[in-house]
Every structure is written in C-alpha cells, then in structure tokens.
Design a protein around this ligand. Structure first.
Ligand code: FE2
Length: 332
C-alpha cells in the first residue's frame, strides 16, 4: 500500500478575493490563512486542505497525496527513483507551509506536480464552516477526488497504478477513454480522462447531507454562470452532485451519497456510458470543451437505471411499507 488518500490541493491564482468568497460562502470552507500572496482553507480537523497561492503560475497545481508515515514516504521515494522518476526531498520549511511532517515532490508523466506527504497537522480549534452545512465527508477517505485530463493515457495509468498503488474501480473505452481509481474506500480519489486539453477538470468534495448539496445548488443557481453541470446522479459512484465553475479554470463537483468500494470483493467493471442515471446536463460539454461533436453521437443509455441510496447511520429513517403491490415487488 502506498498512497492512502488525497490530502490537499494547491492551485495558482491571482484572484484571491474571488477564491475567498467562493470557498467560504458557496462551498462552506473555513479560511484560516490570509496573506498578501496566499489563502488557505479548512474543511475538517486538518489545518488546511485547499491552498490558493498567487506566487504559483496560474495553471500550476500541486496534488498532496498522503502516505502512512515517514517510512512509507521513504519506500515510495525509492520505488519512484528505481523507476527513473526524479524525486525531490522537500525542506522542513516547505513541510511547515504544507502543515505536514515531511514531503517529497515529483511529476507524473503528464507533468502534474505531485507531492507525497506524511504527518498532516490537525488544528487546535474545531472546524467552523463558512456557511451552515453539516460538514464534509473526509477522514480516511481524504478530501475528495480529482479528475485529470491527460494526453498519454497508458503511461499515466501505469504510473498511478504501478508506482503509487492506485487500484481500478471502473473504466470506459467508448465513447471516451477514462479510468476511475481508488486508494481507500472512496470509489475514486482520482480519475484519468484521455484528452487533448490537459490539466484538472474538477475537484470533488462530498457532503454529509443531501440538503447541504441542495442548498449549495440554490446558492449557485442564484449566480450567473456559476452552475456548469446540473444536479444529477452518477452511475458508477452513485454520487448525487452538481458542478460549479470556480474562480479558476476548473470545476468543483459538490455531492452526496457516494458508494464505497471494498478491495476484498470489488471487481473492476467496464462502463458502456458515462451518462448519468438522470441530470448532469452539461457534463459531456464540460469535458468536450470546444471540440466539435462526434459524427455519430453515442446512443442514449437505457432508461430505468437506478441504484439504492448510500446512507450512513443517523442519516436516514426507514419507511414502512404501505402498499401490498410494492411489498410484493420489493420482496421479489
Ligand atoms: Fe467527479
């Protein structure tokens, strides 16, 4: 086991005030650091999860992947170096900035800056959300998932699987090439999409309550052009979510109710469509960008696809059966 979770995300941006407003008022994060050049935000007990840095180039991002401890970090560094990947042992000063015990940095085959770290610092104060939400589902699942568009799909997939220890959840070969990968029970902490437009497509954050998502949807709809993809439900991780444009050129998916995977029993599955059970209007457009539509549009997915909602204790109440016809149907 190498990487265990997505720990943090850093982005380069100059519009720091726009980011503060979006992260606090829309997403419900807590701003903890505000300097002339940098903003940092919490979403749980960790000191920081999202960092927006004016001194980074606009398109530059860094992805913080968590490992168990210092020994695991050394093992990972050695494995990367044995495979010919240039690894940098970062300074204590950078570890302080990242609020971790230690870190290394390296690039994936697409040039994305990755950081692997151990020993994340926990805040002294409880998390205080920026708006009234129940909270973000993080913990051992990490801060969420990221979806990267890559040109060289095969080498990128091999890198994340063979060197960093990601496992395939499911994949699709038509009409696009994509793979969803997990490192813990979260259905995917990373997805790779083969694409000519490179970089981060979206960051997903999962809420404890469907109502957090619905109220976020109301807020986003009140703003012109904030919603990029309408509310919908994904067929692979079962997440009910919508996507927002951020102050930078990637999206945030805001969702609830994703399923978990169990490595003991999980079998990777090939998907025949990325179309959602319902909704998510704009998702295909957000991936395709300005590319011309395919000459033969894919067939619509079959109707009537559905799956049980994924809930946790304290998050649901059982209803009684009320109709003999339904009881008989459910019994079958
Ligand atoms: Fe997603």
């Amino acid at each position: 086991m190498a990487v265990q979770a997505l720990g943090y995300l850093g982005i380069g941006a100059t519009n720091l005030d726009d980011w503060s407003d979006f992260a606090i008022r829309q997403l419900g994060m807590q701003q903890v650091d505000r300097s002339a050049s940098c903003r940092a935000f919490r979403m749980d007990d960790r000191r920081q999860r999202l960092i927006v840095d004016r001194e980074l180039a606009q398109a530059e991002r860094y992805f913080g992947w968590e490992v168990a401890d210092a020994a695991a970090l050394d093992t990972l560094a050695a494995r990367l170096e044995a495979a010919g990947v240039a690894v940098r042992r970062e300074t204590a000063a950078l570890a302080d900035q990242r609020c971790v015990g230690g870190l290394i940095s390296f690039r994936d085959p697409s040039g994305n800056r990755l950081e692997a770290f151990h020993g994340p610092l926990v805040a002294d104060e409880p998390f205080r959300p920026g708006r009234d939400i129940s909270g973000f589902r993080t913990g051992v699942l990490g801060m969420g998932h990221v979806v990267l568009m890559v040109a060289d799909f095969g080498p990128a997939l091999a890198f994340y699987q063979n060197l960093l220890g990601f496992r395939v959840s499911d994949f699709i070969r038509q009409p696009i090439t994509a793979c969803f990968l997990h490192v813990n029970q979260r259905h995917h902490s990373l997805a790779l999409f083969q694409h000519t437009r490179l970089g981060l497509h979206h960051l997903m954050m999962e809420m404890y309550s469907l109502d957090d998502v619905g109220q976020g949807y109301d807020l986003a709809q009140a703003e012109r052009d904030r919603v990029a993809v309408s509310l919908g439900r994904h067929p692979n991780d079962y997440m009910t979510s919508f996507y927002m444009r951020t102050p930078s050129n990637f999206l945030v998916e805001y969702g609830w109710g994703a399923r978990e995977v169990d490595d003991a029993t999980w079998q990777p599955q090939e998907m025949s469509t990325i179309a959602s059970f319902w909704g998510h209007d704009g998702l295909i457009r957000s991936v395709a960008g300005d590319a011309p539509p395919p000459p033969h549009p894919p067939a619509p997915p079959p109707a009537g696809r559905r799956a049980p909602v994924q809930v946790m204790e304290g998050n649901y109440q059982r209803l009684s059966g009320v109709c003999p016809w339904w009881d008989a149907t459910a019994g079958r």
